[in-house]
Design a protein around this ligand. Structure first.
Ligand code: CP
Length: 510
């Protein structure tokens, strides 16, 4: 194994959050090591590596169900001589007592874990984990966002089926391409290689997201929508067809019967595969009730998904070995990094401190006025802030000054981050005016990521909203773009906000 250390690729202390964080050479490096492990497996040398990670501990934190990802990381660690500790589901942990993700993470670091693998239902949660702890964190799936190690094992499966190369791959996609994170990560992973071609066919409601298609095409991936599975199969022979499960848990308001109807045309059966050589892949699990892959297809020569799952063990072994083979443990200090406390999301509005407060706040000498509140939501904000107990001015809180906005006045002199977040969740346009001595001394909008499932929107997790600007304003955590369209923000205010943002996700260093 140690000959791989001379290849100039350094994974030590590395977080694995998104497949896009890995270069072409790094992906090939992991595939090469995993292929080497496969050779050892075949010649029954699996136990020869039992000392490689002796003394190291993997913590697995699975807030969502999993069979393969959790088990294969466990197997990988065991076969490399390391130990494992963690949880699968909240039961039996203090998450049941409302402990936060942050505090739970700190406990695993405090218990001397060397590396964490985490799965969580919120997008961006694993970047948050990587910010909180000083040890490497691997994304085992964050919401509908990314599942980079699944993408790596999928790429490894394609690599093995393509003479150990990832160039000129043709892959077909079917099932639920809208909600499944594996297709998103795999297709982005393919963008590193030469001439990747993706063919897909499914119902409109489950189709490849338009923004992903555009992103892939901008990265040189050719994406073709076909009418039928047969059309796709004929294009991808003899490579791979990658089927996915309808992600019912991520679809709001859709019934099982509607999905059944959608799948009728796209279900894979023995008949579908007749006359085709393409390997049938699937990240698994297959939904045995919907049977997006019918049992008859399990017994064909095309079935490749169980071997694909074993490839996950090999690839995750390669990854854990690459990250942990050098001694670089960051000791636990017990303190949180100060950068975690505040976001960079306050968009400063003009007029700060320049003139006397206007007529809407003229009866507040010192306090906070929240204006540009969406009509009808002022009462909700006042109730959330418990202003009737804590105090607000005599002016009616839902007075409508001149347009469709209303405002809230209060005698509070400060708002907490949680309160600001609650206000932004109720009315994203709301502008906070801090008034002192009859003058507005601070005036800002508290911007929140617009992705409903982002971890930054969960008030009780206290994740500070942060953005970066790589040409597009993006959330640091889920990386989804932030759109100003339709917002009454002046161009100069927006420019000044962007000027204050980093251009990349700057890691938090302990
Ligand atoms: N492919 C995959 O992520 O499977 P699990 O949900 O069982 O981990």
């Amino acid at each position: 194994m140690h000959r791989y250390l001379d290849k100039g690729i350094d994974f030590s202390n590395r977080d694995i959050i998104s497949i896009t964080d890995l270069s072409r050479d790094e992906i090939l490096y992991l595939c090469e090591i995993a292929a080497d492990l496969w050779e050892r497996e075949k010649s029954e040398q699996r136990n020869a590596l039992r000392d490689e990670l002796k003394g190291k501990t993997l913590a697995y934190m699975f807030f969502e169900d999993s069979t393969r990802t959790r088990t294969s990381f466990n197997t990988a660690m065991r076969e490399l001589g390391g130990s494992r500790d963690g949880f699968s589901g909240k039961e039996g942990t203090s998450l049941q007592k409302k402990e936060s993700v942050r505090d739970t993470l700190m406990m695993y670091w405090a218990n001397h874990a060397d590396i964490i693998v985490m799965r969580h239902p919120n997008d961006g949660s694993v970047q948050w984990a990587a910010d909180v702890v000083g040890i490497p964190v691997i994304n085992g799936g964050d919401g509908k966002n990314e599942h980079p190690t699944q993408a790596l094992l999928d790429l490894f499966s394609l690599y093995l089926g393509n003479d150990q190369s990832l160039d000129n791959i043709r892959v077909g996609f079917g099932g639920d391409l809208a909600h499944g994170r594996t297709v998103h990560s795999l297709s982005l992973g393919l963008s590193h290689f030469q001439n990747p071609q993706i063919y897909w066919a499914t119902e409109d409601a489950l189709g490849m997201p338009k923004d992903l298609e555009q992103l892939l095409e901008s990265k040189g991936v050719k994406v073709f929508r076909e009418k039928t599975v047969q059309d796709v199969l004929s294009k991808v022979d003899p490579y791979s067809y990658y089927m996915t499960r309808p992600q019912l848990e991520r679809m709001k308001g859709i019934t099982q019967a509607q999905i059944e109807e959608l799948l009728k045309k796209y279900r894979i059966t023995k008949e579908t595969l007749r006359d085709h050589a393409a390997k049938l892949l699937h990240p698994l699990p297959v939904n045995s009730e919907l049977a997006e892959i019918e049992i008859s297809a399990y017994y064909t020569k095309n079935q490749g998904f169980f071997r694909q799952a074993e490839n996950g063990v090999l690839l995750r072994k390669a990854l854990l070995w690459s990250i942990l083979q050098t001694e670089s443990y960051t000791p636990f200090s017990g303190y949180l990094h100060p950068d975690l406390e505040h976001g960079n999301n306050r968009l400063v509005r003009h007029k700060t401190g320049k003139r006397k407060a206007g007529k809407f706040i003229d009866d507040i000498h010192s306090g906070i006025s929240i204006d540009h509140v969406a009509r009808g939501y002022a009462r909700l904000i006042a109730d959330k802030l418990q202003l009737s107990e804590r105090g607000y001015s005599s002016a009616p809180i839902d007075m409508e000054p001149k347009d469709d906005k209303s405002f809230v006045k209060s005698s509070l002199d400060t708002l907490t981050e949680r309160e600001l977040k609650q206000i932004a969740l109720i009315s994203p346009e709301a502008t906070i005016n801090i008034i002192k001595g009859g003058k507005v001394v601070e005036k800002f909008v508290y911007l929140l990521c617009q992705n409903d499932n982002c971890i930054t929107r969960v008030v009780t997790e206290d994740v500070p909203p942060k953005f970066y600007h790589d040409g597009t304003i993006r959330c640091r955590y889920c990386r989804k773009p932030y759109a100003f369209e339709g917002r009454k923000i002046q161009p100069k205010e927006k420019e000044a906000f962007i000027a204050g943002l980093p251009k990349v996700i700057v890691p938090i260093v302990y």
